[in-house]
Structure formats: structure tokens, C-alpha cells
Ligand binder design. Structure first.
Ligand code: ADP
Ligand code: MG
Length: 391
């Protein structure tokens, strides 16, 4: 096993990433800019990260021969998606340095373990998760306290972008929703009166040093992140301070190495509730590529290589707009058209990021655009113009 203070890995050594999606692709780009070589392990040959990588190992995430090859090639391995089998990370960790650890990723993969962990460190973090109740059987539904309704039923594992969730107002609706989820283990969360949503990116090095990025305000549409604004127009200094302190306490308590994103709810009474965490760079942190000294992806490369963490300072106000496959379609038409990227790129402060996916589908994340400007108002004006262009 590895001591946490093993020497740094410097370019041009190899870094590895589990998963070939857009987060992997942006990691590849950032690591390559520093001079690292990057290997990607992913089952699909045609994948966003694979096209950018120096080496693609095309195999199942639990293929031990492929994992051994990745570990032999790379001085450190990370993951770009949280549902990587924790066992695969443990297998890799017997052979190379893995960040974040399989233990940390396991907690983030399981909403019950995650909430238990948040409660355990509430004394240090100062934040609690939403009131909740585990639903594993029909008997559990009978035992739901009335005060928990209305609520949201969420699958304990594998949920993302609002998938695996149902909004329910009565016990009967819980029963029906639980049935529709085929009885998989669920958690029922009290529906909270949200004022707005924020997320905080933190990073911790193998030496135990931690950094925290500026707080981001997020707007979702149909369960998918729509925009991220930094600084958030609703965020108060007090709220930002609390969320950043909570993120630092949580990353420290986890003994985490790498980039971690924590989502919070801000309630109408101003109080802060911790929602969930992603053990990797996050969609709401894409603004860091264009607006911060060190992007979340460059930070991940530094952390896993045991190099000094980079400065998190934001040098420009920023607004990030997610680009979904929907913008390739005019109204209800099934015929894809090319969006007017020339017009988007003509807007002040535009930084276009497309992920190299050939097949635009409604609801599929195809790219994002970040507008940076001397003032937030200017960045927001470009965002409004982009929304009008993309329809
Ligand atoms: P996902 O893994 O899909 O991101 P989340 O738990 O973050 O799942 O839920 C998705 C969205 O649903 C949140 O961003 C928030 O808008 C809403 N939501 C989730 N839980 C609650 C809650 N307890 N009260 C109110 N809204 C919620
Ligand atoms: Mg979420």
C-alpha cells in the first residue's frame, strides 16, 4: 500500500481516468496542457474522452486485465463518474495511487451512506441534510412520519440529473412511486422550501492541504443543471462563508484526495441544508476553466499527482450555460440542424466548449458555454443573448 507522502508525479508521466465522458475529456485536456500523458478506461470506443486521450483502454469498468494495464501504465488514477464500481478502484489502489479513494467514492454513491456521513460530521460542518426516511419495503412506507410529506422519493443508488426521483404528496403516492421503481432501495426526503441552490468545489491534496473555490449559484431545468452563476446574485457573504466552511470540514473529515463538489440548498428562511456530493469535478464547476486561475480539472491532475494545489482565485465574473441536444432541434422537429455557433461566439466573453458528441439527443449534455466579463451584468447580458440565439 501507498504512503500518502509518496513523491510527486511530474510530467510527462501518465495519469489514468476511469470513464470516457465529457468530464473525462476536460480532465484529459487539462492534464495534457501540463504535459502529462493520459490513459482512459471506458467500454465505448467512440467516447468524448477517448478521442482526446493518449491511450484508450476499451473495456468494461470491472475488467481486471484492463484495470491492471491501466494501473501499470499510470502513476495515478482517478474517476470521472461516481458510479464506477468501488471494487475497481480498490483493485487499482493495490497497484497504483488512486484519488479519490474507493472508500470516499462508495459514500457518495449511496444516498443513505452519504446522509449518515453528513450527520456524523454536522458538529464540524455546521450543516445537516434534509429530514429523510429509508424506504426498503411497504412496511417502511407505513412508518413514514406525516411531517415528512410532501416529499421526494429518490433511489439510493444510480440517480443523476433528477432521474430516479418522484415527487409525492401522500403515503399512497409513495407506495405507487416505490412500486414504479421496482422496489429498489429508496430514500424519502422532505420537500424543502428552496430559495435557491448552490454548490461548492473543494480540493484536497495528499499532503492534507485543502482549498475551496468561490460558491456557485445553480439553476436547474427538468432536473438538469441549466445555468451556473458566480458570484451568485442571491448569495450573501454569510451564506458563502458557511457553505465554504462546511465544504472544507467535509473534505477534511473524509480524508479525501482530489476535487469534490458539494451541493447545498438555501431555504427561504436563509438556512443552509447539505444535499449531496460528487466525488469528482462537477458540471457546476465548469466555470473554473475560464474564470479561475486553476480549473477544477487542472486541480484534479495536481491533486492526484501529489503536486501543489493551484490557486482558486476567480479573475472574472462568470455565467455558464449548459448546451443540451435540444438546441439542435427546432420546435418539435425531428430533423437536427446546426446551432448558430458563429452567433454565440460573436457574443462578448464567450467561451464555447463542445464535447465532440456526434449524436445530439434531447436532454443529452453536448457542451457548455461560459461567458466571462468585467461585471456580472455584462456576462448575464451575453447569456440572455445566447439563450435567444439557441432558442
Ligand atoms: P441528482 O442526483 O439528480 O442531482 P438531487 O438530490 O440533487 O439529485 O435532486 C435534484 C434536484 O431536485 C435538486 O437540485 C433540487 O432542485 C430538487 N430537490 C432534491 N431534493 C429536494 C428536497 N429535499 N427539497 C426540495 N427540492 C429538492
Ligand atoms: Mg444533484
Amino acid at each position: 500500500k501507498f504512503h500518502p507522502f509518496i513523491p510527486s508525479a511530474t510530467p510527462p508521466s501518465w495519469l489514468g481516468v476511469m470513464g470516457g465522458g465529457q468530464l473525462g475529456r476536460m480532465f484529459v485536456h487539462a492534464a495534457q496542457m501540463m504535459g502529462f500523458k493520459v490513459a482512459v478506461l471506458e467500454p465505448a470506443r467512440d467516447c468524448p474522452a477517448g478521442h482526446a486521450s493518449d491511450h484508450l483502454i476499451c473495456a468494461d469498468y470491472s475488467d481486471e486485465k484492463a484495470l491492471a494495464e491501466l494501473a501499470a501504465q499510470c502513476v495515478a488514477v482517478t474517476t470521472e463518474f461516481e458510479n464506477v464500481p468501488a471494487q475497481s478502484l480498490a483493485f487499482l489502489a493495490d497497484r497504483t495511487f488512486v484519488a479519490p479513494s474507493s472508500a470516499c467514492v462508495s459514500i457518495a454513491q449511496d444516498r443513505i451512506a452519504e446522509k449518515r456521513f453528513f450527520i456524523e460530521c454536522a458538529a464540524k460542518s455546521g450543516v445537516l441534510p434534509a429530514p429523510h426516511h429509508i424506504v426498503a419495503s411497504d412496511a417502511d412506507i407505513d412508518a413514514i412520519p406525516d411531517a415528512l410529506l410532501p416529499s421526494i422519493l429518490k433511489t439510493v443508488r444510480l440517480g443523476y440529473d433528477g432521474k430516479g426521483q418522484a415527487r409525492v404528496t401522500t403515503r399512497e403516492e409513495v407506495r405507487a412511486a416505490f412500486g414504479k421503481m421496482n422496489g429498489v432501495l429508496c430514500i424519502l426526503e422532505k420537500m424543502l422550501p428552496l430559495a435557491y441552490e448552490v454548490s461548492v468545489l473543494a480540493a484536497r491534496g495528499a499532503d492534507g492541504n485543502s482549498v475551496v473555490y468561490p460558491i456557485a449559484e445553480n439553476v436547474h431545468r427538468d432536473g438538469i443543471l441549466f445555468t451556473t452563476t458566480v458570484p451568485g446574485p442571491n448569495v450573501t457573504a454569510e451564506c458563502a462563508g458557511k457553505a465554504q466552511a462546511a465544504a472544507l470540514a467535509i473534505i477534511e473529515q473524509l480524508g479525501y484526495v482530489g476535487v469534490l463538489c458539494i451541493e447545498f440548498f438555501v431555504l427561504q428562511d436563509g438556512s443552509l441544508v447539505v444535499n449531496e456530493m460528487a466525488p469528482r469535478p462537477h458540471n457546476s464547476g465548469h466555470y473554473t476553466i475560464d474564470a479561475c486561475v486553476t480549473s477544477q480539472f487542472a486541480q484534479q491532475a495536481r491533486a492526484m499527482a501529489r503536486l501543489p494545489l493551484g490557486e482558486v482565485r476567480q479573475h472574472s465574473p462568470a455565467v455558464m450555460l449548459n448546451i443540451l441536444g435540444d438546441v439542435w432541434f427546432d420546435g418539435d422537429s425531428d430533423e437536427p440542424r446546426e446551432p448558430a455557433w458563429d452567433k454565440v461566439l460573436a457574443l462578448p466573453g464567450a467561451n464555447l466548449h463542445l464535447y465532440g458528441k456526434d449524436d445530439p439527443r434531447r436532454g443529452r449534455k453536448m457542451g457548455h458555454v461560459t461567458f466571462v466579463a468585467p461585471t456580472l451584468e455584462q456576462a448575464q447580458a451575453s447569456l440572455q443573448a445566447a439563450c435567444a440565439i439557441l432558442g
